[in-house]
Design a protein around this ligand. Structure first.
Ligand SMILES: *[C@@H]1O[C@H](CO)[C@@H](O)[C@H](O)[C@H]1NC(C)=O
Ligand SMILES: *[C@@H]1O[C@H](CO)[C@@H](O)[C@H](O)[C@H]1NC(C)=O
Length: 357
């Protein structure tokens, strides 16, 4: 009896100690990120941190992710990947990606984005509608709500132009549930010229004459496009400043500014930007509107998506971690992937012109 009591007491003490330790550790992990920077400052700036072997950051993001998700991946083995090409492109094709945060579950989402695909960007910025003392994303000074997304987007691009024009060659907008394969974004852009008035994304053929791009699938502006949007797009006589659907309004504005859309499929006609998740593109089940909107005929199946796909949308936090595992960790032994040339024009030795406007 006494031995049993002692045993139970022992367990209780053990559990208490473990609990205290875990609380203390959690505290330590969260603070440097969210409290360590002044409010209103930019958060999470990833510079060339795209180590495939950065397991620590990866595990941390899983731990922080909380009890809802029980991903127990301890993947300590070494990779032997040749990343020289990706590293080279990371220097030559610099991408700034900004994430429009929705209010729900913002901290978890920002952490997971930062610790997964976000760390591979040259510059990563998070924006939300209002500055929050406890969460130092950049406030947009626009009231929240769907009807103001157009104004928010305009404000962000203005901010990016004024503060980060020289930090990148290309400027991309995504939602907080968009997953970006940054290496493939750079590969696609390496074939394009940022001095041209162009932008890219998942193309919709309706509403705007030259079409426009899905907001959730992410779209990326050249420096010249950003410049035109900044210099002329803020004139209410040229572009509507608020209201409407954000992506279609921006599409109208871009057309007025002479910024061209184009076909972003790979050389085999397969899509690279995706306004839904991979499952939807594999199995179909699209909403009705999509059949009218999609430029490439709302096709489905494994053969319709590029091997160098760039974005997927409606990706939950769990799925971001899953994609991270599939794309950067899981391999079939004995198969060494060869490089494919999937850009439309003949591969131009990936030379990117000096970007000066
Ligand atoms: C919003 O206003 C604050 C304070 O005036 C300013 O620091 C910040 O840069 C503004 N945000 C944008 C996106 O202009
Ligand atoms: C886009 O380009 C691909 C590859 O050249 C082609 O197969 C496809 O038909 C094009 N799509 C449109 C809508 O022109």
């Amino acid at each position: 009896m006494a031995a049993q009591k002692q045993f139970l007491l022992g367990i209780l003490v053990g559990l208490t100690v473990a609990f205290v330790i875990s609380v203390v550790q959690m505290d330590q992990q969260v603070h440097p990120i969210f409290m360590g920077r002044p409010s209103g400052d930019e958060l999470f700036i990833g510079e060339e941190a795209f180590e495939r072997d950065d397991h620590e950051a990866w595990d941390r993001s899983i731990e922080r992710h909380g009890p809802g998700i029980m991903l127990d991946i301890h993947d300590e083995h070494a990779h032997h990947d040749d990343m020289s090409e990706a590293r080279r492109l990371a220097k030559e094709v610099r991408v700034l990606v900004w994430v429009m945060m929705s209010p729900n579950n913002m901290q978890d989402k920002a952490r997971v984005v930062r610790d997964t695909w976000g760390k591979r960007c040259n510059k990563l910025l998070f924006f939300r509608s209002e500055t929050d003392e406890n969460f130092p994303t950049i406030g947009l000074n626009v009231s929240e709500g769907r009807e103001h997304v157009t104004a928010e987007t305009k404000n962000v691009f203005r901010y990016v132009y004024e503060h980060h024009l020289d930090d990148a060659d290309w400027f991309m907008k995504v939602d907080d549930d968009t997953y970006v394969i940054v290496e493939n974004l750079r590969y696609f852009l390496s074939n394009e010229d940022t001095r041209e008035p162009v932008w890219f994304g998942h193309h919709f053929k309706t509403i705007v004459k030259q079409g426009y791009y899905s907001g959730g699938g992410g779209y990326v502006l050249s420096k010249e496009a950003l410049k035109r949007l900044y210099e002329k797009g803020s004139d209410p006589k040229v572009c509507r400043q608020d209201g409407g659907a954000e992506d279609a309004e921006l599409g109208r504005c871009m057309e007025t500014l002479g910024v061209r859309t184009s076909n972003t499929s790979d050389v085999m006609g397969r899509s690279r930007f995706h306004c839904f998740d991979p499952e939807t593109f594999l199995f179909g089940g699209y909403p009705d509107w999509y059949y009218q909107y999609d430029t490439n005929g709302a096709r489905k199946g494994i053969g319709t998506m590029s091997d160098y796909s760039i974005t997927f949308h409606y990706v939950s936090l769990e799925k971001m971690l899953v994609l991270e595992f599939y794309i950067y960790h899981l391999n079939a032994y004995g198969i060494i992937n060869g490089r494919q040339m999937l850009n439309r024009a003949p591969f131009k030795s990936q030379k990117v012109y000096p970007t000066r406007i």
